[in-house]
Design a protein around this ligand. Structure first.
Ligand SMILES: [Fe+2]
Ligand SMILES: [Fe+2]
Length: 213
C-alpha cells in the first residue's frame, strides 16, 4: 500500500477510512445530483488528502502538533497547518500530484478541495469532494474528532453551496439532505469496517472452521 513502510503521525487506518469515506460520499452525492464521471469522482475523493501523508511523513513532529491543535479546537486541519507549517496539505498534495503526473483535473481537486472558491471556476468534482470531505469530518469519518458545529461545518452550510451549482440539489429540504448525508456516511462506515478489519473476520472464520470439523 502507498506509504506502507513510512512512519506517519496520522494513523494509516484513520487516513484511509477518511479517504474511502470521502470517495464514497462524493460518488453517492454525484449520483444523487446527476453528475457524470463516477470513477473520477471516486478517485478524487480517495486521493484528496494525499498531502496529509506528505506532511505527516516529512514533517512528522510539526504535523503531530497540527493534529493536536486541530483536535482541541475542532477545526479542519488546514486551519492550523498554515500557522504551524506555513502551508497546507492541499499545497503539498498538489506538489506530489504533479510529481506523480496525475491528470490536471485530479491535481486541481487535491489543491482546491479545502477552498473550492479559489479554483476559477470550481469544478463539479472539487465541489463534490469538498462537500463529502466536510460531511465525513462532521459525522465521524475524519481524523479522530468531529468538527465543531458552530462553524461552517453544519450540514446546512455544507449543503447550501451545492444548490448554486447543481439544480437537483434544490429539490432536497433540510430533512432529506440530512438523511442523505447521514445515510451515505453510515454506508461508507460499514464498508470501511469491512475493508479494515479483515483480521477479525479471518479469526472468526478460522474459529468457526475449527468447531465445524
Ligand atoms: Fe483535506
Ligand atoms: Fe479530507
Amino acid at each position: 500500500m502507498m506509504f506502507a513502510n513510512l512512519k506517519t503521525t496520522v494513523g494509516k487506518e484513520m487516513f484511509w477510512r477518511h479517504a474511502l469515506g470521502t470517495a464514497l460520499v462524493a460518488q453517492g452525492l454525484g449520483h444523487e445530483l446527476g453528475v457524470k464521471g463516477a470513477e473520477e469522482i471516486y478517485l478524487a475523493g480517495l486521493l484528496h488528502d494525499v498531502g496529509i501523508l506528505v506532511n505527516g511523513v516529512l514533517f512528522a513532529e510539526e504535523f503531530g502538533d497540527v493534529l493536536e491543535e486541530a483536535k482541541q479546537k475542532k477545526v479542519p486541519v488546514e486551519e492550523v497547518e498554515k500557522s504551524i507549517l506555513g502551508f497546507s496539505h492541499a499545497e503539498s498534495g498538489r506538489i506530489l500530484a504533479e510529481l506523480w503526473r496525475l491528470p490536471v483535473d485530479l491535481s486541481e481537486v487535491i489543491e482546491y478541495h479545502c477552498q473550492p472558491q479559489d479554483q476559477k471556476p470550481p469544478s463539479d468534482i472539487t465541489l463534490l469532494v469538498h462537500t463529502a470531505d466536510l460531511t465525513c469530518q462532521k459525522l465521524g469519518l475524519g481524523y479522530g474528532y468531529e468538527l465543531a458545529s458552530d462553524d461552517a461545518s453544519s450540514l446546512t452550510r455544507i449543503w447550501e453551496p451545492l444548490c448554486v451549482r447543481f439544480p437537483m440539489a434544490q429539490a432536497f429540504n433540510e430533512e432529506t439532505y440530512n438523511h442523505l448525508l447521514i445515510h451515505l456516511v453510515s454506508e461508507a462506515d460499514i464498508l470501511a469496517d469491512h475493508v479494515f478489519t479483515p483480521t477479525m473476520a479471518t479469526k472468526r472464520d478460522v474459529h468457526c472452521d475449527s468447531h465445524s470439523r
